[in-house]
Design a protein around this ligand. Structure first.
Ligand code: FAD
Length: 467
């Protein structure tokens, strides 16, 4: 099987987009999709690119929002997922919501009608061999058991997770360091960097009591049917810990021992919430051990009760879901190839990105990278200043491998740009990020500089608010 063809396992968001990119560059693809023969607990149809839950692609603001920028980049690359989302858009303010059935039917019809696309029904239950040609594995959060076992056998037991346990991630520049301080427990570490690896937020007894009350009262999301098996091993949501006893968290992730408040050395904190650096840039910190099933609205309210986080901005909120994903920082190279088996690429949610848009985006990249490699004209690295590149750089190296959890696209993943502080400063900074990204992305795609009329059309376009 060494013809110039790409085999794509999984016809979801990522697999569909990867296929579209390849066939538009002239390379035939076979999409292997197990539905409807083999079902998952979340999908309902046999269509490609089915949206399993919400019908939203989130913010469409390409100047002030990183997801909106990802939309823009995919549109520039002729992405099918965005074309169909635009074609089947529903009114939703600044967000891009779609008619889910018409959307996935549209993707399915376009791909099935393309002369270079073959859709083969059935489950793939093993990894292809090294001489089987180019493959892209895009089987998503609900990868079938047999294939997941084969991937685990290849990558190692600890390299493929079946659940995510996501602690909320905070933008470092929104933490109040007049209240919080840098210190590792017992000042452990050989270097100053290690001894100051954590940001600590202290709580008095009264603050702790109020926090536990809020946690217990907060709105929680339910698990989907079929989702819970095996999850209670070692990653309890904080609200479940609090339900087991009001002091449980104080003996777990909120224990105050081995820490001295740098601002008030004589005052012993009753509890301490710790945040740990989440990316090499040092722009993002996760709240250690704070995985939660609280609803998003409740999370921001409850977490802003933590002293030092009263003005926190969240790059992503916490969650626990059934989710199959690789430890990409150790396993994938910057071309999305499995280091140990370079004829295999991974794409979509299984690479440790999160969400329809991010998954489709990683499909788009994998499709283009695989195609160009097959054509003997490999692409240069995806520029890290683009939304695509920032996300890819994070999952293939920028993220901490030891604590790697799935990630949404957000401006914390971007190489910083200096701008004045405050709300206005933030708007200027985000605009600078998106301008920089657009130039780099067009260059990478080999597109000409925008014309005066393109710029005028852009300037006249409405800027929807963040969704
Ligand atoms: C319950 C649930 C709710 C979610 N809700 C949202 C949400 O509201 N918003 C959001 O943005 N994201 C949500 N997600 C995440 C969502 O799944 C991803 O954002 C997106 O669908 C992932 O795209 P993907 O292409 O990687 O995987 P998918 O879209 O899931 O596509 C993978 C495809 O591979 C197929 N497949 C699996 N194993 C095999 C095999 N061995 N052989 C052949 N085919 C196989 C599957 O049938 C599927 O069609 C949710 C996920 C789950 C599980």
């Amino acid at each position: 099987m060494t013809d110039k063809r790409i085999h794509i396992v999984g016809g979801g968001m990522a697999g569909s987009e990867a296929a579209w990119q390849a066939v538009n560059l002239g390379i035939p693809v076979t999409i292997h999709e197990m539905r409807p023969q083999v079902e998952t607990f979340a999908h309902r149809t046999g269509n490609l690119a089915e949206m399993v839950c919400s019908n939203s692609f989130r913010s469409d603001d390409d100047e002030q929002n990183a997801v909106g920028l990802l939309h823009w980049e995919m549109r520039q690359a002729g992405g099918l997922i965005m074309e169909m989302a635009d074609a089947h858009q529903l009114p939703a303010g600044g967000a891009l919501a779609v008619d889910r059935d018409a959307f996935s039917q549209g993707v399915t019809d376009r791909l099935r009608a393309h002369p270079l696309v073959t859709v083969e029904a059935g489950e793939i239950d093993r990894l292809p061999d090294a001489d089987d040609g180019q493959w892209i594995i895009a089987t998503g959060p609900l990868t079938s058991g047999a294939l997941a076992s084969a991937i685990r056998a290849e990558t190692g037991q600890d390299s493929l997770a079946f659940f995510d346990a996501i602690a909320p991630i905070v933008y470092a520049d929104s933490i109040d360091m007049d209240i919080a301080w840098l210190q590792s427990r017992y000042d452990k570490g050989d270097t100053e960097e290690e001894r100051t690896a954590y940001i600590n937020c202290p709580m008095t007894k009264a603050e702790h009591e109020a926090f536990i009350d809020a946690l217990l009262a907060a709105d929680k999301a339910e698990f989907h049917e079929g989702e819970t098996a095996g999850y209670f091993d070692g990653c309890l949501p904080i609200e479940v810990m609090a339900e087991r006893g009001r002091e449980t968290l104080r003996h777990g992730p909120m224990k105050p021992i081995g820490l001295t408040n740098a601002h008030k050395p004589d005052e012993k904190a009753y509890a301490v919430v710790q945040l740990r650096r989440d990316n090499a840039l040092g722009t993002l910190y996760n709240i250690v051990g704070f995985q939660t099933k609280m609803k998003y609205g409740a999370q921001t309210e409850v977490f802003r009760m933590i002293p030092g986080l009263q003005n926190a901005r969240f790059a992503r909120l916490g969650g626990i879901h059934r989710n199959t994903f690789l430890n990409s920082p150790t396993l994938l190279d910057d071309q999305m190839r499995l280091r140990s088996r370079p004829n295999l690429r991974f794409a979509g949610q299984i690479t440790g990105v999160e969400g329809y848009v991010e998954s489709a985006a990683m499909g788009l990249l994998a499709g283009r990278l695989a195609t160009q490699e097959l054509l003997g004209d490999p692409l240069p690295p995806v520029p890290a200043d683009t939304a695509m590149g920032a996300l890819l750089t994070h999952i293939t190296g920028g993220a901490e491998a030891k604590t790697f959890q799935p990630m949404n696209v957000n401006f914390g993943l971007f190489r910083p740009i200096d701008a004045k502080g405050g709300r206005r400063g933030r708007r200027d900074r985000y605009k600078a990020y998106t301008d920089r990204a657009k130039t780099a992305w067009r260059e990478w795609l080999g597109l000409p500089e925008p014309t005066v009329s393109d710029i005028a059309a852009d300037a006249g376009a409405e800027t929807p608010s963040e969704a």
